[in-house]
Design a protein around this ligand. Structure first.
Ligand SMILES: Cc1ncc(COP(=O)(O)O)c(C=O)c1O
Length: 396
C-alpha cells in the first residue's frame, strides 16, 4: 500500500533524535539542569540583531505581492548578484548571480547535486569520508545511487588517500567533502585539499569523465584560532559548493542556502541546467522568498564564533582532564572523542547513567568514538564535567 522504504525512513527515528527525545523526557523527571544533552546540532546562539532588522525592514518596505510571490527558480537575480559579490570579496572567486542557485538550506543543495549528477545507473556512486553526516546515505539512496564510505583516518581526521584510491572507479560521480566537519570538528588542511584535487584530476583523465567534489559547507564560518578553510573551487575546477545560513546565522528553521556552480566546471550550462531540473522534480519551486532577501542583506554579517570557540575549549579541556583522547576543536560545534570502550553504543548507554547524552560514532561511520555537540549553554558544559569524570572513573 505504501513504499516500504519511505515508511521505514519516516518512522525509524535517527539515533540523534531518539537521544534528544529521551533527554526531554529525562529532564521532566530530574530537572533540565541535571541532564547534559550533547546530542543535537541546533545552534544555541541567537540569530544576529541584523537578521531581525532586515526581516522587519523588508516586511515594512517591500511590495507584498513581490515579497511573498514566487521568485524565479534559481532565486531573485539581485539577491544572487549580492551574494556572489560577497563570496568574491572573501574568497577571490569570480562568481556572478548566474553561478548561484538558491536552495532551502544545505540538505536541499546536496540532494539536488546528487540528483543532478546521477545518470540513472543504479551503479553510480558517491563517496563520503568517515566520519560523515548520516543523512548523506538517505539523500544519495533517494536518487537511486549508491554511497561508499572511505574509512576514517583517526590520527587526525584528514583523508585516508590510499583508501579513497581503492574506492574510486569509473562509476564515481562525486566525492562529498564537509569541512569544518560534522562530527569531527576538524578542518581539512590546504595540503589535504591539494592532494584530493591532484588525485581526482588524475582519475578524471584516466576515466575520461568528470568527478565532482560536492563541498558541503554549512560550518564554513565557524572556525577557530585563525584557521583558514580552503575555498575548494580555487583548487579543483569541478567543484559544486553547497552553503547554508543554518549554522552561521543560526537560521536552521528558515531553510536558506545556495549551490555555487563555477564557470570552470565541465560543461557549465548542462550542469546548471541539470541542477535546475533536479530542483524542479524535488518540488523546490523557489527558496523562501523572504529569506533570500534577508540572506542578501546579512551576507557579510559575522557569525558569533567566540561563543562556540569558548564552549569548545571548555569541553575539550574538561574531557582531556577526565582522561579522554580528542582532537582540539578547529571548527563547527562538535567534539569527537574516543570512547572508553570499543563498543561506542555500549559506551553511550553507560554515559546515560550519568545523564550524559552522547551520540555513538557508529552513526557517523566511525565506531569507537562519540560525538558531543557543544552548541549548548556554557553552564551545562561546566556542570557536566564531574559527570564525565565519574564516567571515566567507572572504566578504571
Ligand atoms: C554536515 C551537514 N550538512 C548538511 C546539513 C544540513 O543543513 P541545513 O540545515 O542547511 O539543511 C547539516 C545539518 O546539521 C550538517 O551538519
Amino acid at each position: 500500500m505504501v513504499s516500504e522504504r519511505m515508511y521505514a525512513l519516516g518512522t525509524k527515528k535517527s539515533t540523534i533524535r531518539t537521544i534528544f527525545e529521551y533527554g526531554k523526557k529525562r529532564a521532566a523527571e530530574v530537572g533540565e539542569e541535571n541532564v547534559y544533552d550533547f546530542s543535537i546540532g541546533n545552534p544555541n546562539v541567537p540569530a544576529p540583531e541584523a537578521v531581525k532588522t532586515a526581516v522587519i525592514d523588508i516586511l515594512e518596505t517591500m511590495d507584498s505581492c513581490l515579497l511573498h510571490g514566487y521568485t524565479v527558480a534559481p532565486g531573485d537575480p539581485q539577491v544572487r548578484e549580492t551574494i556572489a559579490a560577497s563570496i568574491n570579496r572573501r574568497f577571490g572567486t569570480a562568481f556572478a548571480g548566474k553561478n548561484l542557485f538558491m536552495t532551502s538550506g544545505a540538505a536541499a543543495a546536496i540532494t539536488i547535486c546528487f540528483k543532478a549528477l546521477h545518470e540513472d545507473d543504479a551503479d553510480d556512486e558517491f563517496i563520503a569520508f568517515a566520519p560523515y553526516f548520516p543523512e548523506y546515505a538517505c539523500f544519495v539512496e533517494s536518487v537511486g545511487a549508491r554511497l561508499s564510505v572511505v574509512p576514517a583516518n583517526t590520527d587526525d581526521f584528514q583523508i585516508q588517500f590510499a583508501e579513497l584510491e581503492k574506492l574510486l572507479s569509473p562509476k564515481t560521480k562525486a566525492v562529498i567533502v564537509n569541512s569544518p566537519n560534522n562530527p569531527s570538528g576538524v578542518v581539512y588542511s590546504e595540503a589535504t585539499i591539494r592532494k584530493l584535487a591532484e588525485l581526482l584530476t588524475a582519475k578524471e583523465k584516466e576515466y575520461g569523465h568528470p568527478i565532482f567534489i560536492i563541498s558541503d559547507e554549512p560550518y564554513r564560518e565557524l572556525v577557530y584560532g585563525g584557521l583558514t578553510v580552503p575555498y575548494i573551487t580555487r583548487y579543483y575546477r569541478n567543484t559544486l559548493v553547497c552553503y547554508s545560513w543554518s549554522k552561521s546565522l543560526s537560521l536552521p528553521g528558515e531553510r536558506i542556502g545556495y549551490i555555487a556552480v563555477p564557470d570552470e566546471v565541465s560543461d557549465f550550462g548542462r550542469i546548471y541546467g541539470a541542477i535546475a531540473g533536479a530542483a524542479r522534480v524535488l518540488t523546490h519551486v523557489n527558496a523562501s522568498s523572504l529569506f533570500q532577501r534577508v540572506a542578501a542583506r546579512c551576507v557579510d554579517e559575522p557569525s558569533n564564533i567566540a561563543a562556540y570557540e569558548h564552549n569548545g575549549e571548555l569541553l575539550y579541556q574538561g574531557l582531556v582532564e577526565a582522561g579522554f583522547e580528542c582532537q582540539k576543536p578547529q571548527g563547527a560545534f562538535y567534539l569527537f572523542p574516543k570512547a572508553l570502550e570499543q563498543d561506542d553504543r555500549a559506551f553511550c548507554d553507560r554515559a546515560k547513567q550519568y545523564d550524559l547524552l552522547l551520540v555513538p560514532g557508529s552513526d557517523f561511520g566511525c565506531p569507537g568514538y562519540f560525538r558531543a555537540a557543544y552548541c549548548i549553554k556554557e553552564s551545562t558544559i561546566c556542570n557536566s564535567l564531574p559527570a564525565f569524570q565519574k564516567l571515566a572513573a567507572s572504566y578504571r
